[in-house]
Design a protein around this ligand. Structure first.
Ligand code: BEZ
Length: 232
């Protein structure tokens, strides 16, 4: 199928550059966020219920992401006036699941031209030609895309999982390990597979590791140790 001007960045690519107007003023992306982790995410439209529930949840977690040296940046194919009116409504009128008075302080991009959404593969025409899907890009402090998650229009994201992914990526970088299914801080981590017979023999004798087989060895890193390095 012809790509009709849509492109799909991939894990390992540099985040495509753009400038944009946002609810917090103009941004130059990703240069303005060098040295920080960024979660760039799209939502289908302002003044819609699933998106409102997501913004209330992300808004209530702003401090937690800041503590992880992570900047949140939202985007939809709506203009600035709509964004501002919607965020004011969320703050002044919506009380949902005990969340109220939520002041969204992270930038929300005006992408009425769809330039950014098309460039980031956020428009998936089989789902909608005019609304962005719920895309999430995790971008590291060097501007490299490290994880991409897509959700359809009708399914709200799991924000605990988004935070877990961010903590997981920082742990992978800080400790040079891999992380098993459902990993959480304090769980065992995976030691990279050896590439020589000698290294295999050595690792199965290593008392600090637990080997389920020669290619599948883990070690412990305490929750405190993981947490002491988060935000890096
Ligand atoms: C919502 O956010 O509620 C929504 C947006 C687009 C399509 C379906 C639901």
């Amino acid at each position: 199928m012809e790509n009709q001007g849509y492109s799909m960045p991939r894990i390992g690519d540099m985040a495509p550059e753009f400038t944009a107007q946002t609810t917090q003023g103009p941004i130059n992306f990703p240069a303005d966020y060098k040295g920080k982790w960024v979660i760039l995410f799209s939502h289908p439209a302002d003044f819609t219920p699933v998106c409102t529930s997501e913004f209330m949840t992300f808004g209530s977690m702003q401090k937690e992401f800041e503590a992880l040296n992570c900047q949140l940046v939202g985007l939809s194919i709506d203009g600035l006036s709509s964004h501002i009116a919607w965020l004011r409504t969320i703050k002044e009128r919506i009380d949902w699941k005990g969340m109220q008075n939520i002041d969204v302080q992270f930038p929300l991009i005006d992408d009425i031209t769809m330039n950014v959404a098309k460039n980031y593969g956020m428009i998936q025409p089989g789902e909608s030609e005019t609304k962005a899907v719920r895309a999430v890009f995790f971008i590291d402090p060097k501007g490299v895309i490290r994880t991409i998650i897509y959700y359809p229009l009708a399914l709200g994201r799991n924000f605990d999982e988004l935070k877990r992914v961010l903590i997981g990526l920082q742990t992978v970088d800080n400790f040079g390990v891999a992380l098993p299914a459902d990993w959480r801080p304090g769980d065992e981590v995976i030691v990279p597979a050896p590439s020589t017979m000698k290294a295999v023999a050595k690792r199965v004798e290593d008392k600090d590791m637990h080997c389920y087989d020669w290619f599948f060895c883990t070690k412990d890193i305490s929750k405190e140790e993981v947490e002491s390095k988060l935000g890096k």
